[in-house]
Design a protein around this ligand. Structure first.
Ligand SMILES: Cc1cc2nc3c(=O)[nH]c(=O)nc-3n(C[C@H](O)[C@H](O)[C@H](O)COP(=O)(O)OP(=O)(O)OC[C@H]3O[C@@H](n4cnc5c(N)ncnc54)[C@H](O)[C@@H]3O)c2cc1C
Length: 450
């Protein structure tokens, strides 16, 4: 490989560096700062929220247990939602019984979901960061790091100024792609044992839905729950006018009356780590969005007057590279509710695999609450590295359950607290007692079933 030398234009120093400003990164940065750490959050793009904002993905999946009775994701997640509600940018999970337009007319996983506006999420995230002194550096793309004795000392970012270095005591990879872990030489992996990934999907936004008519149709066809208008889609697939593989109507109303459409997809996943493949997928899916829009407008009567507002600026990547932690959380762990003593989050989302090739179904199910242990956020190779959100240490099945946004908030909160405690104690993240992290999570209003 050709080596090029760049000069370092600027150097920053902090206690905790968070790479990636999606919901996991926001939560990690704010919670580390609330524990007294000096925090820098480097984000490659120009907004916080990641998949939730640039990707237009929503609503937040449920924060309740399977019965819908007990809220199990709380703490920073609850506070964040409340702040969005105050700005009329979200409808609280307490107000969403599932089965209606905000839940995409679905109940499974959608009782107690939270529809929100990306614009509000961006602003609330910036406010939360600013209030506690998190320095947010936008347009800062991680390009490398310095590692010695299994410890990262600095990370390097390509920025508008050139290369900038950030030195820190603890590092949190919230890139969604385990990019920091990979650059640090920590073990990472991607997909299942054959490298197959879940499908990637581009969201787009519409308005002009005749909601009363759609509500009425859905109320009369509850037996079709997951397959609304299937006769129309089957016809479109048969004659080639319906262009993609979702084969189902997936639209969700947002708090302002606009709707997100989650129907474009690349069936075999996308190599999101290859710039050329990613660009091709973006172009392909943006074109798919337009064709899907036209199909919906032409064929679904309550959608006859819809307008295309925007497509997402980033591809929705459900599954990417992940860090290997001290524990690799598995689908069996989830199904058997293991790690009930070292949990940093309690979850209940189903094992939800969107995949056209390779493994699509699993023999076991997440029927009870299950747990994310701190050891699944801690790198097995690098002493001062944690991962939070989509790039945590989990096999395909566990990942398919906990990749949704409420657990990502919870993982970020735990990672931020752990990193801050490690810097206070001047120790590695490996040595931070899980009981102390749990105590801080509970003090912040979290729920651990303890
Ligand atoms: C199609 C689709 C539908 C989904 N539907 C739902 C749903 O309905 N409800 C739900 O709750 N969840 C849903 N999810 C899951 C959920 O949206 C994501 O798993 C979650 O938002 C991931 O958050 P994150 O913070 O871990 O990562 P991301 O949101 O991926 O954030 C990572 C951030 O890191 C930045 N970054 C990446 N690389 C670098 C780098 N090298 N340097 C600096 N910054 C970098 C990115 O720009 C990004 O801002 C869906 C996901 C997809 C893809």
């Amino acid at each position: 490989m050709e080596q090029i030398t760049f000069s370092i234009e600027k150097q920053y120093t902090c206690d905790v560096l968070v790479v990636g400003g999606g919901v996991a990164g926001i939560s990690a940065a704010v919670n580390a700062a609330r524990e007294g750490a000096g925090v820098i959050l480097c984000e490659g793009g120009s907004m916080l929220g990641g998949t939730a904002t640039a990707g237009l993905v929503g609503p937040f999946m449920t924060c309740y247990d399977k019965t819908g009775d007990t809220q199990i994701i709380r703490g920073f997640f609850s506070e964040f939602v409340e702040r969005m509600v105050q700005k009329n940018g979200a409808i609280s999970y307490t107000q969403n019984p599932g089965g209606d337009s905000h839940a995409g007319y679905r109940t499974k996983g959608h009782i107690g979901c939270t529809p929100f506006l990306p614009e509000t999420l961006k602003r609330v995230a910036e406010e939360c960061c600013t209030e506690v002194g998190v320095k947010v550096l936008y347009h800062s793309m991680l390009v490398g790091c310095e590692v010695k004795d299994q410890t990262i000392s600095k990370a390097y970012f390509a920025t508008v100024e050139g290369i900038v270095a950030v030195a820190a005591k603890a590092f949190i990879d919230a890139s969604g792609t385990a990019s920091l872990a990979a650059k640090a030489g920590a073990e990472t992996f991607r997909g299942d044992e054959n490298g197959f990934l879940q499908t990637a999907s581009m969201f787009f936004v519409i308005d002009g839905v005749h909601k009363d008519e759609l509500d009425a149709y859905m109320a009369q066809h509850t037996e079709m729950r997951e397959r609304f208008y299937m006769d129309i889609f089957d016809g479109g697939i048969a004659d080639g006018t319906f262009p993609c593989g979702t084969q189902k109507l997936r639209i969700y109303e947002r708090p302002d009356g606009s709707w997100v459409v989650n129907m474009a997809q690349t069936d075999n996943g996308v190599n999101e780590l290859d710039g050329e493949a990613l660009s091709t997928a973006l172009i392909d899916q943006r074109a798919q969005c337009v064709k899907i829009f036209e199909f919906l407008k032409t064929n679904i009567r309550p959608l006859r007057d819809i307008r295309f507002i925007e497509s997402a600026s980033v591809l929705g990547v459900r599954e990417s590279r992940r860090m290997v932690g001290k524990t690799l959380l598995t689908g069996e762990d989830v199904a058997n509710s293991r790690y009930a003593d070292e949990q940093i989050a309690v979850c209940a989302n189903s094992i939800d695999i969107h995949q056209a090739v390779g493994v699509q179904y699993v023999a076991y199910k997440a029927e009870k609450n299950y747990y994310i242990p701190l050891s699944a956020l801690v790198s097995k190779d690098v002493k001062n590295l944690l991962a939070a959100g989509k790039c945590l240490s989990a096999d395909k099945f566990a990942h398919a359950a906990i990749r949704v946004m409420p657990p990502c908030f919870a993982m970020g909160e735990a990672a931020g607290i752990t990193a801050a405690l490690a810097t206070q104690k001047n120790t590695s993240v490996w040595s931070v007692p899980v009981a102390e992290v749990q105590q801080r999570i509970l003090a912040h209003g979290g729920y651990l079933e303890i």
